[in-house]
Design a protein around this ligand. Structure first.
Ligand SMILES: Cc1cc2nc3c(=O)[nH]c(=O)nc-3n(C[C@H](O)[C@H](O)[C@H](O)COP(=O)(O)OP(=O)(O)OC[C@H]3O[C@@H](n4cnc5c(N)ncnc54)[C@H](O)[C@@H]3O)c2cc1C
Length: 373
C-alpha cells in the first residue's frame, strides 16, 4: 500500500504550507512531510492581525494587489466564499466586520493554527527545527538536504523575511540558490514611511486624518483612518496601505504625503475657525497644535516629502519575490518538474484587510487540487 503513495514535501509550516498539508491529509494516497525551520509552526500566522488574524476579506478586489490580472484569474478558480466554506468544514467559526474583514470568532489567531494542525490524519508528518539548505532533482525525485526519503512533489511555501517573525530569518530561503529562479528585489510593503524634514516633536501623536500620496502633482492613492507619528515618520493601517501603492511605482522619486487633519469634514472651514479662536488647541491633537504655533501649516495639507519606507523587518509583507513568469495558474513551476511555489514567496502582495492571507490560502487550495488530480 505504501508504495502507491505519493510523497509530498512542503518547505515551510506557515499559512500556505499548513493549509496545503491539511487539505492533502484528506487524500489517503498522499504522504506529506512538512519541514519547518522553527521549533513552532505558524509563527507569522499567529502574529497576524495583532494576534487576531484577519484571515481573508469577503470583498477581495484584484486592484488591491500588485498583480491584479493574476489575482482576477485566480478568483475564477478560488473565491473568498470557497475559503469560508473550507474553514467552516474544518470547524473554524468566523466573524466578519463592516469592511468585509474575516476573523476567527475566538479573536485569537492560535485558533486558526490549531484548526490547521490538530487532528491531522496519520499521513502528515511535521518536521520542525529542520532548516532546508539544499535541494536537488535526481532520478525524477526531489532530494532535500540529507533527508532519507526522496519526494515525488516538492512545494516551496517558505514565505518572506518581512516582519522577521520569528527574528532569525536572516538566511531567508538560502536553498533557493539551487534553483536559480527569477527573483525580483525584496522590498518592504505594508510599512511606515520615513519622512524628510520631519519634526520629532510630533512623536507619539495619534490622530485621524485623510492621507494622500502624491508623486509630483499626480495623486497616487488616498485613504482615511488613524495615523501614528513616530520619531522619524508615520505609521498606521492607512499609511501601510499607501506604502503598498508607493512600492508599485516604477520610480519612488519626488513622492510626498499630504495629511488633511479635518477628517470629519475634508472641507472644514479652518479660516473661520482660526479667525474666531486665537489658537488651534480646540481643533488639533496637542502635539500638532504646538507644532502649528511654532510653524503654521495648512491644516488641510500638512505635507512631507517621503524619504523611504521602514525596512523589511518592520513591514507586514514583502514586495518582490519569485517572478510570476516562473509558475502557471496552478502554482506549478514552468522550468522544473513536480515543483510548486505558494504564498508570499511569490511576487504578489496586497493591502491590509486579509488580502495577503487570502492569497496564501488560495494558492494552497489551488495547488492541493492540482496535486490530487
Ligand atoms: C505582523 C504581521 C501581521 C500580519 N497581519 C496580517 C493579517 O491580519 N491579514 C493578512 O492577510 N496578512 C497579514 N500579514 C501577512 C501574512 O501573515 C503573510 O502574508 C502570510 O503569513 C504568508 O504566508 P506564507 O505561507 O507565504 O508564509 P509564512 O506564513 O511566513 O510561512 C513560511 C514558513 O516557512 C518557514 N521557513 C522559511 N525558510 C525555511 C527553510 N529554509 N526551511 C524550513 N522552513 C522554512 C518559516 O519559518 C515560516 O514558518 C501579517 C504579517 C505580519 C508580519
Amino acid at each position: 500500500m505504501s508504495c502507491k503513495r505519493k510523497h509530498i514535501a512542503i518547505i515551510g509550516a506557515g499559512a500556505s504550507g499548513l493549509f496545503l498539508a491539511k487539505k492533502l491529509s484528506e487524500s489517503p494516497e498522499m504522504y506529506v512531510t512538512v519541514f519547518e525551520k522553527n521549533r513552532q509552526v505558524g509563527a507569522k500566522l499567529r502574529a497576524s492581525g495583532g494576534g487576531k488574524a484577519n484571515i481573508f476579506n469577503r470583498y477581495i478586489r484584484p486592484e488591491h494587489y500588485n498583480q491584479p490580472e493574476f489575482i482576477a484569474e485566480l478568483l475564477h478558480h478560488y473565491s473568498p466564499e470557497q475559503l469560508e466554506s473550507q474553514f467552516a468544514e474544518w470547524g473554524l467559526v468566523t466573524i466578519t466586520d463592516e469592511e468585509g474583514r474575516v476573523y476567527p470568532a475566538s479573536q485569537f489567531s492560535q485558533t486558526v493554527v490549531d484548526v490547521l494542525t490538530l487532528y491531522l490524519h496519520e499521513n502528515v508528518r511535521l518536521e520542525t527545527n529542520y532548516d532546508i539548505q539544499h535541494l536537488e532533482y535526481k532520478n525524477y525525485k526531489w532530494v532535500i538536504n540529507d533527508y532519507p526519503t526522496p519526494f515525488d512533489v516538492l512545494v516551496l511555501a517558505s514565505g518572506s523575511p518581512a516582519g522577521m517573525i520569528p527574528k532569525n530569518q536572516r538566511n531567508y530561503n538560502y536553498y533557493l540558490q539551487d534553483l536559480a529562479l527569477k527573483i525580483n528585489p525584496l522590498e518592504s510593503s505594508l510599512s511606515g514611511f520615513i519622512l524628510k524634514d520631519y519634526p520629532k516633536s510630533l512623536s507619539g501623536c495619534r490622530t485621524k486624518a485623510v492621507v494622500s500620496l502624491y508623486q509630483n502633482k499626480k495623486l497616487i492613492h488616498k485613504e482615511s483612518g488613524e495615523i501614528t507619528f513616530k520619531d522619524d515618520g508615520v505609521s498606521g493601517i492607512v499609511i501601510m496601505n499607501l506604502s503598498a501603492y508607493y512600492r508599485r511605482l516604477p520610480s519612488t522619486k519626488n513622492c510626498r504625503l499630504e495629511i488633511n487633519l479635518t477628517y470629519w469634514d475634508e472641507n472644514f472651514d479652518t479660516d473661520t475657525y482660526l479667525r474666531d479662536n486665537r489658537n488651534t488647541t480646540g481643533l488639533l491633537h496637542p502635539k500638532l497644535a504646538a507644532f502649528y504655533h511654532q510653524k503654521p501649516f495648512d491644516i488641510h495639507r500638512l505635507a512631507f516629502q517621503i524619504d523611504d519606507t521602514y525596512p523589511l523587518e518592520g513591514a507586514q509583507v514583502c514586495h518582490g519575490g519569485i517572478d510570476l513568469s516562473e509558475i502557471d495558474g496552478n502554482f506549478s513551476a514552468k522550468r522544473f518538474k513536480n515543483l510548486c511555489i505558494l504564498g508570499e514567496m511569490l511576487d504578489v502582495d496586497g493591502v491590509c484587510g486579509g488580502y495577503n492571507l487570502f492569497f496564501a490560502f488560495a494558492s494552497a487550495a489551488i495547488t492541493a487540487t492540482s496535486i490530487t488530480k
